[in-house]
Design a protein around this ligand. Structure first.
Ligand code: PMP
Length: 341
């Protein structure tokens, strides 16, 4: 019999899937790491697993303890899945603007949810500060202690990708990978994978794909955090400051990706390749195409398929929502979607 002893063991070891149209367009082999196939359906299951198991190892989490985190949703789901399997509770602080599907999933996974107004990081009531304050308050009353997961500062987050995503990519490509690119939420994925691959082979080109309105494009392209103009409907990505996690990244270059490019790729993948994925994945694949064009034909480039499109049915796959953002809606989506705004 071959089986995983619990859901935590089933996190990771995701397949690499060849992206047909992106590969044909560039003459490269563009491969997507299918992170939507994790139990919590996103790349952040790995961070959830590492942040909880490493805290246990250090004695920072006791039986029946409470895990608190500020998150755009996916980290919260990853933490809730792992916490549930280990007998912990979760309290999640999420910006109210995040998709209803992620909030519903968090509640179903047993997380207690605090919705925070969408405010810039500089505002003391931004959800990231709110989560930290809440964790500090609860520490005074929680009988079994509180772990504030703190994904922007917690180096167990990039460690998850240094220990698992990076080695998996290396093994799955037999070390014949020429480029790696992904976007940044906390930077955990980019930092962990880029550091691992650069240690294996410094010639591998590592890159960041950034949507408009954030600071990582300027940081990795020109060495200084500077916000690019515009905004983005993509969820879970976009960072405007250098964090301890980002500091550990080994990144050569960056590409700026528009929402229009990203969503067009997501719609094409659903129409022609049977893949239903979220907006940040569109940014990643658009970035992989740019990187492929820069490196030239014949190369192998890996990116991350971050989460499932069913997490965004009310937004990305809702024609009325997309029209309200002045973004393109394919004709077939009008016919297939029955979602009202
Ligand atoms: N895509 C989605 C949909 C996410 O939720 C996240 C994490 N917030 C990312 C990408 C980026 O992952 P990381 O935090 O490792 O940069």
């Amino acid at each position: 019999m071959i089986f995983n002893k619990d859901v935590i063991e089933a996190i990771g070891n995701t397949p690499l899937i060849k992206l047909k149209r992106a590969s044909e367009l560039t003459g490269c082999t563009i491969l997507g790491k299918a992170e939507f196939m994790n139990p919590g359906q996103s790349v952040k299951d790995r961070a959830g697993k590492w942040m909880i198991l490493e805290a246990e190892r250090r004695g920072a989490l006791k039986p029946g303890g409470l895990v608190v985190e500020s998150t755009a949703g996916n980290t919260g789901i990853g933490l809730a899945v792992v916490a549930s399997a280990r007998g912990y509770r979760t309290l999640i602080v999420i910006p109210e603007t995040q998709s209803q599907e992620k909030k519903d999933m968090l509640r179903l996974c047993g997380a207690e949810l605090v919705e925070a107004p969408a405010l810039p990081f500089a505002n003391p009531n931004n959800y990231q500060h709110l989560g930290k304050r809440l964790a500090e308050q609860l520490r005074k009353t929680e009988p079994n202690g509180v772990l504030f997961a703190d994904q922007w500062n917690n180096l167990d987050n990039p460690k998850a990708h240094y220990d698992s995503t990076g080695p998996e990519i290396w093994q799955q490509t037999d070390g014949k990978v020429d480029g790696f690119i992904c976007s940044v939420g906390t930077g955990g994925t980019l930092a962990g994978v880029s550091r691992y691959l650069k240690e294996k082979n410094p010639a591998i080109v590592t890159a960041c794909a950034d949507p408009h309105g954030f600071g990582m494009y300027e940081l990795f392209k020109n060495g200084q955090v500077k916000s690019t103009p515009g905004d983005s409907i993509t969820e879970g990505i976009g960072l405007g400051r250098v964090t301890p996690v980002v500091e550990t990244a080994k990144v050569d270059t960056a590409f700026l990706i528009s929402d229009e490019e990203a969503v067009t790729i997501i719609y094409d993948l659903l129409e022609h390749e049977g893949l239903c994925l979220g907006g940040s994945t569109g940014v990643n694949i658009a970035g992989a195409i740019q990187l492929a064009k820069q490196l030239g034909p014949g190369k192998t480039i890996v990116t991350i398929l971050c989460d499932s499109g069913n997490r965004y049915q009310s937004k990305l796959f809702n024609p009325a929502f997309m029209r309200s953002k002045n973004l393109p809606v394919p004709e077939w989506l009008e016919k297939r979607s029955n979602i009202e705004l």
